[in-house]
Design a protein around this ligand. Sequence first.
Ligand code: GLV
Length: 330
Amino acid sequence: MVGKPKVFVTRVIPEAGLALIREACEADVWSGELPPPEAVLRAKVADCDGLVSLLTDRIDAALLDAAPRLKVVSNFAVGFNNIDVAAATARGICVGNTPGVLTDATADMAFCLLIAAARRVVEGHLHVQAGRWKTWEPLGHLGQDLVGRTLGIVGMGRIGLAMARRCRGGWGMRVLYHDRIRNEQAERELEAQLVDLDTLLREADFVSLHADLNEQTRGIINAAALRKMKPTAILINTARGPLVDQKALTEALQTGIIFAAGLDVTDPEPPDPDDPLLRLPNVVIAPHIASATVRTRNAMAEICARNLLAGLRGEPLPAWVNPEVAGRRR
Ligand code: GLV
């Protein structure tokens, strides 16, 4: 390669990563507040060797076909459902992500949403803000206790395990989990029990979603699933919005099929401002900020940069989504 490799970075990411990228590459960094429109992204990648993408950028086969020199897509996220990984692999393109460094921040957010929904914190705050706080009410604002309850983790990976540790260690919860694969560490350490989804939905007081979004998990929490949950149950989603049928969730929250929900992700993002879900008192919604701490985002930026540079240099990516591409990289 003559000169520095050309890369497009679809948003300003922390300097901890950008500095590494700028030092080694000719970097075009999109400075817009919103993601680059699809046509812009397509034009930008046409002569790029590397791409840093966000979860808001759709990297599909058509985009990859518009990037004949592209060697690597480095996603600034642990989730990579925005990327057609099979299409990248078929074209000899490496894909990287940012696992590990955001585990604790994300589990903290899941727990934060759980306790906020269980204790109706946001509803209480809005009540105070609206000047409706008249007196101490023996029967007002009653929520759910957390101690000794049953947690159901859907997707017992790194983040699911970290959430379960918090709930087991701090609040003595019984842990059930549902996953395609057994997590022996969770079973050993937390006495977690692998169960089918129906059992988890029926028995858990709190259901926390930590699964990847793929064709098997899309809509896993639909109307039928919600009906299996307890009327006192709380649903937490810090994974991906489309795991949940949002209309069905809205109805379940309106009609008391479940008690409350805490969401860091929605479908779509952002939700339509007129979506009735936004008006419900028993839902707490954060704007997809589970990894948004200074230390976590810096660490994500650094891994993201290291993945990009390794992809450009023909080296193994430190966090490699498709290592099967190794023998036939571009
Ligand atoms: C955020 O949602 C991520 O996947 O990192």
